[in-house]
Design a protein around this ligand. Structure first.
Ligand code: SF4
Length: 350
């Protein structure tokens, strides 16, 4: 919902401040999507809002299609510009309880061209506004979903669009709107240093996941072109400072690519790299991700279980905190690096 435009409309109408609270309560806390259904405000005012903002509170996005898997539900949206993005709702079941996280896009396409990534193949289309980002979460809440956390791991590099990402996090963490704890917001980045510095300054409690994928700069540059502009040794210096200031854990994403970066030596050198980070090295947590081919083929292959086991053993022996990311959503191409956007899909109404 365009909160700033709503404020302007209400100011023009000279209505008391509590009316704004009534509307945001209905939209964000009760999940009302149709302004016609906000009966706590006058009909005249509802019609004025609808004239300016449209009927739906999720008006920056138009749903085109959706695909449901066992644990993942992927939705393709069209932006006002006509470009497409995808958002995914994922259900984690770590124990008897289940938690829903929404994986949001921050850009349509992406210009960074990481060699394993389906989104990178599209190229850069546009940055999303703060509203377009937070409306992806609002869409799922308005369907009645109980959303536990938000992850910036959909299409695009969030820190290449840092101002709008911060704007969306402001809305997501504002108690009057979504009211998420910053600790339930996760931002995954390939390491755009100016954006990383800005985000960690403004929102130090947000979880940072840095996509490392290799302990060797030369190899990382082959996998991810961004290494040339922002070498990991510089990114890790920024993250060390962040850890010193906040005592927060930082996640290191490590995508295992068979025969490329899944060897014993890679695990040994990854361990050494982490242990070289000073007194708080133990706050780096390795998140191992098994590569899975997406809708468009790349040169990479899924790692085998044996090399995964060896890799894990080395991390374990060296007391490196790690997890293997639960891989879900593959059946609807909703897993990491698989968000592609179907550009030929036709526009339908929400
Ligand atoms: S992995 Fe992230 S930064 Fe790299 S191309 Fe894909 S979306 Fe862009």
């Amino acid at each position: 919902m365009n909160i700033n435009r709503l404020k302007e409309i209400l100011a023009d109408e000279n209505v008391p401040n509590y009316v704004f609270d009534q509307i945001t309560y209905a939209v964000y806390k009760q999940g009302v999507t149709d302004f016609n259904d906000i009966t706590t405000i006058s009909k005249d005012l509802r019609l004025k809002i609808i004239k300016e903002l449209g009927t739906s509170s999720v008006n920056s996005l138009l749903k085109i299609s959706e695909q449901k898997g066992k644990q993942a539900h992927k939705v393709l949206f069209q932006l006002e510009s006509g470009e497409k993005i995808e958002s995914v709702s994922m259900i984690y079941r770590p124990n008897a309880k289940s938690f829903e996280t929404i994986c949001v896009s921050s850009q349509s396409g992406c210009g960074l061209g990481c060699s394993f990534c389906a989104t990178g193949m599209i190229g850069f289309k546009q940055n999303l506004t703060g509203e377009e980002i937070s409306d992806q979460v609002l869409y799922f809440i308005s369907r009645g979903d109980k959303v536990h956390s938000v992850t910036f791991m959909g299409m695009g590099e969030p820190l290449s669009n840092v101002d709008n990402v911060i704007d969306s996090i402001n809305t997501l963490t504002n108690p009057k709107y979504f009211g998420f704890s910053p600790r339930h917001i996760n931002v995954s980045t390939v390491g755009i240093i100016p954006g990383l510095e800005k985000l960690t300054e403004v929102h130090p409690q947000v979880n940072i996941a840095y996509s490392l994928h290799s302990p060797y700069s030369e190899q990382r540059a082959k996998i991810m072109k961004v290494e040339k502009a922002f070498p990991f040794k510089d990114v890790l210096n920024v993250l060390d400072e962040h850890i010193k200031k906040t005592n927060r854990r930082v996640f290191l994403g490590y995508l295992l690519l068979k025969g490329v970066n899944d060897s014993k030596q890679h695990a040994i050198d990854l361990t050494k790299l982490i242990k070289s980070r000073g007194k708080k090295w133990y706050l780096y947590h390795v998140n191992l991700i098994k590569y899975h081919p997406g809708p468009s083929p790349t040169k990479y292959v899924k790692p085998d279980e044996k090399s995964l086991k060896t890799f894990i053993n080395i991390l374990q022996k060296n007391n490196i905190s790690y997890s293997v990311r639960q891989s879900f959503g593959e059946e609807v191409f909703a897993a990491c690096g698989q968000l592609y956007g179907k550009y030929s899909q036709k526009r339908k109404t929400n």
